[in-house]
Design a protein around this ligand. Structure first.
Ligand SMILES: [Zn+2]
Length: 159
């Protein structure tokens, strides 16, 4: 999961403009036909691809976690929850700022308190360490993991 989230961040700045709002009817038909349960394992996040002679759009060719985000956007869901955290205080070791997450790890951009006190410092807040401290302002964050417990046990191949 760590590498997946990192690669997501890497592609974010070059995200193309193909996520412009589409008619609702299209979005529904699209997502219903595009996430196919594969029996075992995660949904197949593969697009149909472009027709011969056409340039593929993101809807047609994006895959994996990028596609997951795109499908969410078409339905009006920000799957990565990119809203800023509401920071009303500096986190401390005794009372860290809890970061809600459905994944065992989240990238948190700290700007100190009050917000924007310092340049954004990206912290990799994960479940392996209880406290994660910003090296700039010392604010302490902790992961409030609310996702599937199975995600906490390695790569899911232990039986
Ligand atoms: Zn900070």
């Amino acid at each position: 999961m760590a590498s997946v989230l990192r690669s997501f961040r890497a592609i974010a700045p070059i995200r193309r403009a193909a996520v412009a709002p589409k008619p609702v009817a299209f979005a529904r038909a699209f997502s219903v036909s595009s996430i196919r349960p594969a029996g075992h394992g995660p949904p197949q996040l593969l697009g149909p691809g472009a027709k011969a002679g056409e340039v593929p759009t993101d809807e047609q060719q994006s895959t994996g976690i990028e596609r997951f985000e795109l499908l969410g956007k078409l339905e009006g869901v920000d799957v990565f929850d990119m809203k800023p955290l509401e920071i009303t205080r500096l986190g401390t070791v005794d009372d860290p700022i809890a970061v809600y997450s459905l994944f065992p790890e989240r990238q948190v951009g700290c700007t100190g308190f009050p917000a924007d006190s310092h340049d954004t410092i990206w912290l990799n807040v994960n479940h392996e360490l209880k406290n994660h401290r910003c090296p700039e302002c010392g604010s302490v964050y902790t992961l409030n993991f609310q996702g599937d417990e199975a995600l906490l046990h390695g790569d899911g191949h232990h039986h």
